[in-house]
Write a protein that binds this ligand. Sequence first.
Ligand code: BYC
Length: 316
Amino acid sequence: METLENTEELLKVFEAKIDAEIKIEPRDWMPGDYRKHLIRQISQHAHSEVIGMQPEGNWISRAPSLRSKKILLAKIQDEGGHGLYLYSAAETLGVSRDEYIQWLHAGKAKYASVFNYPALNWADIGAIGWLVDGAAITNQVSLQRTSYGPYSRAMIRICKEESFHQRQGYEIMWKMMEGTKDQQRMAQDAINRWWWPALMMFGPHDSDSPRTSNAMKWKIKRETNDRLREKFINKTIPQAELIGLKVPDPNIKVIGKDQMGENIYEHSDINWDEFWSVVNGNGPCNEQRLNHHIRAHEEGAWVRECAQAYNAKTNQ
Ligand code: BYC
């Protein structure tokens, strides 16, 4: 049992594990603020995966070929699976999935701002896979080394699937750039609309990020928002150039090389008013995304009841 006297001892053990890169596991003692931080971040991450199915789900029935439909279906199904891994990881912190969903529906929990933008045509499906999954994987590769065991293990599984998603999106863009002038225009229009929301996924600048300091101290985050954003920019601009696309930023300029000899770019700043407006519920699709989730959850109540009844009967 935790007492005032032994809290200091427990904290020392916790900090020694963090220092030694030993994962914190659900039954281990952890500071209350560490637990709260994880509850917030992992559940937001889970909600992002699930809400993120909506913009793409809209295009399953409109995919241009059976091959692309099958790939998109598999990809969206993966995202649902990622949500489930993450809800399970979050549940190990002592909060039920029902509560997480209630917080989402009540507007108390966030999800990635990027999913509040509409997917208007097939090129957007390419841009989402390439840029949104590309940004997500940049962040998630780093989160594989997060200090909380269940979150880290979920990230390892998720990253394996996410790199396929990024390639699926890039392949769509590349095919369109090999197509007609109209298809090339669609691809460029999609990158114009998704570039900035993808950069916003990494969160505010480090200097404006209230959560980063504790997250880095506890090794929940292993790299800061700005560092990850720069990595993504440096890796994505050459991919765009390779297939003849331009990122919608007139101030892109090579300013040096990294240790691997790859270009480092200077770029314009994000429109932070737009970012905060979307985060605070005023993006083009916030209302639609949340209402859809609430409706689907209500319509699925009978499935949950049947599963519980079956479970109760088989456990008698
Ligand atoms: N959108 O102090 P900060 C996918 C909030 S889905 C909304 O920097 P932190 C996919 C932040 O929560 C995977 N809110 O916070 C699925 C905080 O608010 P609270 C998506 C944002 O936590 C389907 C406040 O702003 N990936 O791949 O240190 C199809 C201050 O921020 C955002 C994840 O979810 C944002 N973009 O860092 C396709 C990654 N940015 O909580 C693809 C997991 C910031 O204080 N999350 N806020 O009320 C993280 O890595 C971190 O939470 C963040 C933010 C980097 C996002």
